[in-house]
Design a protein. Structure first.
Length: 454
């Protein structure tokens, strides 16, 4: 059995009236839970109402409430913080002629999270709480009793004194300890009236039900996350928001948006989606996701050689048709001088050494899926000064350079990179004369292309 305690202190700062103010010190604080539903608490969201009877205007009061529910975790439904008048009410709502009381100084909420206490403080000289000759609902708050707690439990709400400021007190010019549930208290610092006890039951209403669900069996690509937005509707509770959850994956509890990462083995995943209403009643929907492999095609394999000087860094962002592909890279013929790597996004980085010059390196870049699919891109990176007469960048002037230039000049083929690699005769242009120069060198013993390159 676990005891969970939440203490709420409603403390409204004290402003003493003039000596002319009169009062006979007659007041009471009464707690009601979920009226008019028989005064029972229930699993889920509860409405805790604070009813006050006072025979004179109250310029100050301090009401401490300690909430216990053995075996059932409990919490106030909203976050704590300051609640100035005119600002958003977090969890304490003013009702009737209590609304606007303690203006203009304001109603303040602070919390000591360590001791689970809440202190609401305010002060006024102009806006007292009016006289209530009969019990009137002045404040309420929302209390959540966690679903799945022990049946047969009881919610205890007691009046307490929380040192140093949380005395149990009304102030209508004279400070006194009001009664609690019609029972007297010894003093403002000894509020010993008996606690109010409320049985915890199951809210009498129907379960919610799903209105939008996926197919009982869904097929999903391993290349992307599975996503679906569930819809649901409450039956007859209608007093609070539905809450979504799931056995696996990530379910947005408010919107029903569900996301599941792919199964790394391309197997199947069984998912149970759950919707819960404020009475802790649920509906469930189970379905299966069959994960299938998909191509991991590399979509931008570079066709041309990349060129860098020894003091530069070569970078290239590879991409795959599969969002969840992983990347790896390996040299084709032994490790190059320098360092190279590819990051999880596919960005390849090669850093040569300063001493490196006139080298052509080939690499294989792999895109993989965890289910076995693979695609490969072979690409080259040249390091060193630009060599004119080597339009295809393989560091050798041969017939392949002639074919490359003819394709570029007459057939719209790839351009030499940089362009002056195709300038075999060093006239700073790339045209048919460079093809003639290369043919002369290769077949007729002509001059080495670009012995002196511009």
């Amino acid at each position: 059995m676990r005891l969970n305690t939440f203490a709420l202190v409603l403390g409204l700062g004290l402003v003493l009236l003039s000596a002319a103010a009169s009062a006979d010190g007659n007041g009471d604080v009464t707690i009601k839970v979920n009226p008019p539903a028989g005064g029972n608490a229930w699993f889920g969201m509860n409405q805790i109402e604070i009813w006050i009877r006072n025979d004179a205007p109250l310029y100050g009061m301090s009401i401490g409430l300690k909430l216990d529910c053995p075996g059932i975790p409990l919490s106030l439904s909203s976050t704590y913080g300051n609640v100035p008048r005119g600002g958003p009410i977090k969890y304490v709502q003013e009702w009737g002629d209590a609304y606007g009381v303690f203006d203009p100084e304001g109603l303040q909420v602070t919390v000591n999270a360590l001791s689970n206490t809440v202190l609401i403080q305010g002060t006024t000289s102009t806006d007292p709480l009016p006289v209530h000759t009969v019990y009137s609902k002045c404040y309420d708050l929302r209390l959540y009793l966690q679903c799945g707690g022990e049946l047969g439990g009881q919610l205890s709400i007691d009046n307490v004194y929380l040192e140093p400021d949380g005395v149990w007190m009304f102030d209508d010019g004279t400070q006194y300890a009001p009664t609690f549930q019609g029972q007297p208290n010894t003093s403002m610092t000894i509020p010993d009236a008996p606690a109010a006890i409320f049985p915890v039951t199951i809210l009498p209403c129907m379960p919610p039900y799903f209105t939008t669900t996926p197919n009982p069996v869904e097929t999903a690509s391993h290349c992307s996350d599975f996503k679906f937005t569930f819809g649901a509707q409450d039956s007859k509770c209608g007093k609070g928001a539905l809450e979504f959850s799931s056995s696996v994956g990530n379910m947005n509890p408010t919107t029903g948006e569900f996301t599941l990462l792919p199964d790394p083995t391309c197997g199947t995943t069984v998912v149970t989606a759950i919707v819960t209403n404020i009475a802790c009643l649920t509906d469930e929907f189970a379905f299966t996701i069959d994960w299938v492999d998909a191509p991991v095609t590399l979509t931008n394999c570079p066709a041309a050689t990349g060129y860098i000087d020894p003091d530069n860094v070569y970078e290239y962002p590879f991409s795959s048709a599969c969002d969840n592909a992983t990347f790896e890279v390996a040299p084709v013929e032994g490790p190059p001088e320098g360092s190279f790597d590819v990051d999880p996004t596919g960005k390849f980085v090669f850093t040569p050494t300063l001493a490196d010059n006139e080298h052509l390196y080939a690499f294989d870049l792999f895109a993989n899926s965890s289910c076995g699919a693979r695609d490969t891109c072979r690409f080259t990176v040249a390091v060193g000064a630009t060599q004119c007469g080597d339009p295809n960048g393989d560091m050798v002037a041969d017939i392949s350079d002639v074919v490359f230039l003819i394709s570029y000049i007459f057939q719209g083929g790839l351009q030499p990179n940089p362009l002056l690699r195709g300038d075999a005769n060093c006239d700073t242009t790339v045209d048919i004369s460079d093809v003639v120069c290369l043919l002369s060198y290769i077949f007729s013993g002509g001059f080495l292309p670009c012995t002196v390159c511009p």
